[in-house]
Write a protein that binds this ligand. Structure first.
Ligand code: R5P
Length: 293
């Protein structure tokens, strides 16, 4: 006996592009974020973008550069799916205006460079909330005509309260209090849900304790950004916690390319994301690769 669900009625380009970004076995993804220069200028680890990226590419399921980074520092022969940063216009030289982001890449340009998807930073709760959510909805609407995947990022700019949540520490470097942690869950849960309600296919957000609540409340799959560089063990621990809590992968930058051994680090992250290794096992793997190299 058959029923209608045995047939795929329509091939979907969007689903096919999603499939390119995710490992078919684990259903998870390790995306490498190298787009930081769009507002940070030349951060440590990305001064020579080409040199940073080349040894890491074999270990990425997708890579997230800016349009300028892609055109100058990547080889057209590469086969890694591209997730293009599609918003910007801000700069750390004006921290108070970090949330003032606009669309910087057209859908036509995304297609020209053969991107499978794009990222848009949305500043929920900040001055430019509606402008940045509108960038997400406008681009998603246009890009979905061609089956490109939209990723909404819950960005926090320089807001002192929100940056505390994403850094996982207080302004003075001290540990978050129980109240801070509750507020972090509340904010990240709210912001992720808002972006999913506004039509993002994937949400990129930051890890916090109690991340299960963020995942549960979000209508779309979640990947985590890594945030500021942490010690290797700590970065592997929060990656593992995020995956256990239901994240479908990472779109991670500084905790990989600013690590003392980026190639070992990305493989250790993969071991957690794809092979379900514990942080301890992943750290041993990291040490093993590091010592060999
Ligand atoms: C902001 O610069 C971008 O959205 C980054 O791609 C994002 O923050 C992920 O990079 P990281 O893991 O360094 O936070």
């Amino acid at each position: 006996m058959r029923n209608v669900f045995d047939y795929q009625i329509e091939y979907s380009g969007l689903q096919n592009r999603m499939a390119q970004m995710f490992d078919p076995k684990s259903g998870h993804t390790v995306m490498l974020a190298v787009d930081h220069g769009y507002f940070q200028g030349a951060p440590a680890g990305l001064i020579n973008l080409r040199e940073t990226v080349e040894p890491l590419l074999p270990y990425c399921d997708a890579v997230s550069p800016t349009i300028g980074g892609l055109k100058t520092s990547f080889n057209s022969n590469m086969r890694t799916p591209i997730i293009l940063r599609a918003t910007g216009g801000n700069s750390m030289r004006m921290p108070d205006e970090l949330d003032d982001e606009i669309i910087t890449v057209s859908v036509e340009e995304m297609l020209r460079v053969n991107a499978v998807g794009f990222t848009v930073s949305c500043y929920v709760g900040l001055d430019c909330q509606s402008q940045t959510i509108q960038s997400l909805t406008d681009l998603t609407d246009e890009a979905h005509k061609y089956g490109l995947v939209s990723i909404g990022i819950t960005a926090v700019g320089a807001d002192p309260v929100l940056t505390k949540f994403v850094k996982g520490e207080r302004e003075d470097g001290g540990e978050l209090t129980a109240d801070d942690k509750k507020e972090a869950i509340k904010y990240l849960k709210h912001a992720s849900r808002v972006l999913s309600e506004n039509g993002a296919d994937i949400i990129k957000t930051y890890y916090c304790d109690g991340f299960e609540e963020v995942v549960e409340a979000c209508l779309a799959p979640i990947v985590i950004a890594g945030g500021t560089k942490r010690p290797t063990k700590e970065a592997l621990e929060f990656t593992s916690n995020a995956i256990k809590a239901g994240a479908v992968g990472v779109d991670m930058g500084r905790n990989i390319f600013q690590n003392e051994h980026p190639v070992a680090m990305i493989q250790a992250v993969r071991a957690i994301v794809h092979d379900n290794k514990s942080p301890k096992e992943a750290l041993e793997f990291y040490e093993e690769i590091k010592n060999k190299s």
